[in-house]
Ligand binder design. Structure first.
Ligand SMILES: Cc1ncc(COP(=O)(O)O)c(C=O)c1O
Length: 393
């Protein structure tokens, strides 16, 4: 199980659900507490924007910008990806008759935000149906292309889908959207630390992601990247001093987001320690210091999925090339289970087998399990999962 010196996860559990809330290494947790102690030691000096807060935030912004190849000027901090999506969608100049496109693999909380924004503007939401199981990334492109109309003003696409754990062909999707005159928001909640990111090259209009998932930053923190031409339009979910006062940031965009009211910046400030920690786990190329970790986690999830599929005699529900470090497997024997039965399986896995992972209904056809592979996981854990699932099918 996990190395208790390095990670905090309890040792009597096979934790296979990094994807939901991440997990923080001990050194990162300690770094966060170091910042919290400094704050309490001298609260005004530490937290007042006109004293030393902004330079501290800017240092983290530089680190994030470097990791995702984006200008720090285009990056604001948010508490999480849900907040990043809300900030953008609630700022959009939508009109009656406009259409917003989402997909059936999207994250429920963010789709709710889209639906609310559409409802209040008299716009409509199109739900593109991407197949699952899926055989090729082209099936994602086709599902989106066939839904586009001249009224599709905006789309919300996941970089890595939460329920199905697949990596969308996001660069092609951004191109398709832009050639239709549609703006794209990418929900990259899972992407940093799971995939190499180059936001300058991607050229999405908006990109939000979590620090607390695959970067293993403390909960709660994330970033929102907005293309320069849209920044004057995007407001944070919380309007605060930065809306009219000077001294909250170098640009109106950053000044709006830098101060959401009194807050605890320690999760943000500990992020560089988290990325340094991950970068030192596995050898990497100099050009991408997380390469080694990304490859190791991908290889592990591929191996683990293969083991489960072989053991349960199932076909692969998505090509290996569409996986990052998550994998979802529909279990046909559970297809007609009620919600209570699905919950009971999850509880048995946890209570009897000491396995923590999501078991859920994706759609009418598919009741699935989802595995995650992070640095603290090993193949033996998925072997134990295969034994347990075989017993429950
Ligand atoms: C694709 C996607 N978007 C958004 C979120 C929401 O993350 P948070 O609750 O940290 O905002 C998740 C969480 O799993 C997710 O998978």
């Amino acid at each position: 199980m996990t190395d208790s010196n390095t990670w905090l996860i309890r040792e009597d559990l096979d934790f296979l659900n990094h994807g939901s809330f991440g997990a923080t290494p001990r050194c990162v947790f300690e770094e966060q507490h170091h910042w919290q102690r400094q704050l309490e030691n001298d609260p005004i000096e530490f937290l007042a924007p006109e004293r030393s807060l902004l330079p501290k935030l800017d240092r983290v912004r530089q680190v994030v910008g470097k990791e995702v190849n984006a200008s720090p000027n285009d990056i604001a901090f948010v508490r999480n990806a849900t907040e990043g999506v809300n900030a953008v969608i609630r700022s959009l100049p939508l009109s009656a008759g406009d259409q917003i496109l989402v997909t059936n693999h999207g994250y429920n909380a963010c789709i709710n935000a889209v639906q609310e924004a559409a409802r209040s503007a008299g716009a409509s939401v199109l739900n593109a149906q991407v197949p699952f199981p899926i055989r090729h990334p082209d099936e994602v492109l086709d599902a989106i292309r066939t839904q586009l109309t001249p009224n599709t003003k905006w789309m919300l696409l996941d970089h890595v889908t939460s329920p199905t754990g697949i990596v969308f062909p996001i660069a092609e999707l951004v191109d398709i959207a832009h050639s239709n005159g549609t703006r794209v928001m990418v929900d990259g909640a899972h992407a940093p630390g799971m995939l190499p990111l180059n936001l300058s090259e991607l050229n999405a209009d908006y990109y939000t992601a979590n620090h607390h998932k695959w970067w293993c930053g403390p909960k709660v923190s994330g970033f929102l990247h907005v293309a320069a031409e849209h920044q004057s339009e995007v407001l944070p979910s919380i309007i605060s001093h930065g809306a009219n006062l000077e001294g909250f940031g170098p640009t109106p965009f950053q000044s709006q987001f830098n101060w959401p009211g009194t807050f605890d910046p320690s999760p943000l400030l500990a992020l560089p320690t988290a990325i340094d920690f991950l970068a030192n786990l596995f050898p990497s190329r100099e050009s991408n210091r997380l390469d080694g970790l990304i490859k190791r986690n991908h290889d592990l999830v591929v191996q683990a999925r293969r083991l489960l599929l072989d053991r349960l005699a199932l076909a692969e529900p998505a090509p290996e090339s569409m996986l990052g470090s998550l994998a979802t497997i529909p279990i046909p024997a559970w297809k007609n289970h009620s919600n209570a039965e699905i919950l009971a399986i999850r509880q048995t896995l946890r209570a009897k087998h000491r396995l923590e992972l999501p078991i859920f209904r994706f759609d009418e056809e598919n009741v699935c399990l989802r595995i995650s592979a992070q640095a603290y996981n090993s193949i033996e854990q998925y072997e134990r999962l295969a034994d347990a699932v075989a017993e429950l099918t």
